[in-house]
Ligand binder design. Structure first.
Ligand code: TYD
Length: 137
C-alpha cells in the first residue's frame, strides 16, 4: 500500500480493562463529512464471498472492520492497493470514483460503513469497463 494516497482515519479509543475498549468517531472531526447513513455487514459465513465490486460517482464513505479481518482492494484507475483491514481503530476513506472490492473475510468479520449521503442506485458504477470509461471522461 502506498500510504500517502490512501486516507486512513484513526479513531480514538479507551481501554477500560477488563470492561472492553471504546472507540469514538465524530462527524466533521475524525470522519471528514457529515454522516447521513451508516450500514454494517455481518454473517460473512463464506470466506470466498466477494462484496463491493463497484465505484460511486459522488458518494464518499469511510469503511471500518470492527471485528475480524478482510482484504480491501482499491483501484482509482491509475493505481491499485490492497489493504488488510484488521484494526477496528482504522477507517479507510473510500473517495468517489474508486473501484472497491472486499474479499477474504474472517468468519467473525463485521464491517461498518459511514456515508455522506443516502442510498442511490444511480450513483453506483457496477461494471468495471464502464468505470474505466467514466474516469477517463
Ligand atoms: P451493495 O451495495 O451491492 O452491497 P456490497 O457493495 O456490500 O456488495 O448492496 C446490496 C443490496 O443492498 C443492493 O440491492 C442495494 C441494497 N442497499 C440498500 O438498499 N441501501 C443501502 O444503503 C445499501 C448499501 C445497499
Amino acid at each position: 500500500m502506498n500510504k500517502k494516497d490512501v486516507d486512513i482515519i484513526t479513531l480514538q479509543s479507551f481501554l477500560d480493562a477488563p470492561d472492553g475498549r471504546l472507540f469514538i468517531g465524530e462527524a466533521l472531526k475524525h470522519i471528514p463529512f457529515a454522516i447521513k447513513r451508516f450500514y454494517f455487514i455481518n454473517q460473512l459465513a463464506d470466506s470466498q464471498a466477494i462484496r463491493g465490486k463497484h465505484a460511486h460517482k459522488n458518494l464518499e464513505q469511510v469503511i471500518f472492520c470492527i471485528n475480524g479481518s478482510f482484504d480491501l482492494g482499491l483501484d482509482d484507475g491509475r493505481q491499485k492497493w490492497n489493504i488488510v483491514m484488521n484494526n477496528p481503530a482504522h477507517g479507510v476513506l473510500l473517495k468517489k470514483k474508486v473501484w472497491h472490492t472486499m474479499t477474504n473475510f474472517s468468519p467473525n468479520c463485521v464491517i461498518l460503513v459511514v456515508a455522506n449521503d443516502y442510498y442511490d442506485e444511480n450513483d453506483y458504477i457496477r461494471n468495471y469497463d464502464e468505470f474505466v470509461r467514466y474516469i477517463g471522461e
